[in-house]
Design a protein around this ligand. Structure first.
Ligand code: DQA
Length: 145
């Protein structure tokens, strides 16, 4: 079965309690469970991981190289400045979709720029937890045809 890795960056472990007016009340565990369930429907094996550490995320992306056919990543604040994450995504060459719960383009100026987006297949922002599900559907189309 095709495998997709879902990676969540810093502070996303606090979802549900973190600024719910911005990020919603759904917890990360709920998002991950629903993605695994959707994956089963789409014939995709979904694995999810979260880290607050840039190097750990880089390591996870490297490890994904030979194991996963697709990557969904919400790099959190690293989106806006981590060239290391961008380079990791570019290096492994796995089709990647960048997801943001909030509409980063309608918030502070510094959130409007993503260093990861240019090496991703696409970006989904502002649709809350639904964005992850849409990203998984897009990868399913691409990978399973
Ligand atoms: C975020 C947006 C980022 O700007 C922020 O640093 C996050 C979450 C989002 O999902 O909306 O941590 O990636």
């Amino acid at each position: 079965m095709v495998k997709v890795l879902v990676l969540h960056g810093p502070n996303l472990n606090l979802l549900g309690r973190r600024e719910p007016a911005v990020y919603g009340s759904t917890t990360l565990a709920e998002i991950d469970r629903s993605l695994v369930a959707l994956g089963a429907e789409l014939n995709i094996d979904v694995e999810c991981a979260q880290s607050n550490h840039e190097g750990v995320l880089v390591d996870r992306i490297h490890e994904a190289m030979d194991r996963f056919a697709g990557l969904i990543i919400n790099p959190g604040a690293f989106t806006h400045y981590s060239i290391a994450l961008r380079d990791a995504v570019a290096a492994v060459g796995i089709p990647t979709i960048e997801v943001h719960l909030s509409n980063v383009h309608a918030r502070e100026e510094f959130r409007r720029h993503s260093v990861v987006a240019p090496v991703a297949v696409g970006q989904i922002a502002g649709l809350g937890a639904l964005g992850y599900a849409l990203a998984l559907r897009a990868l399913a189309e691409r990978l399973n045809g």
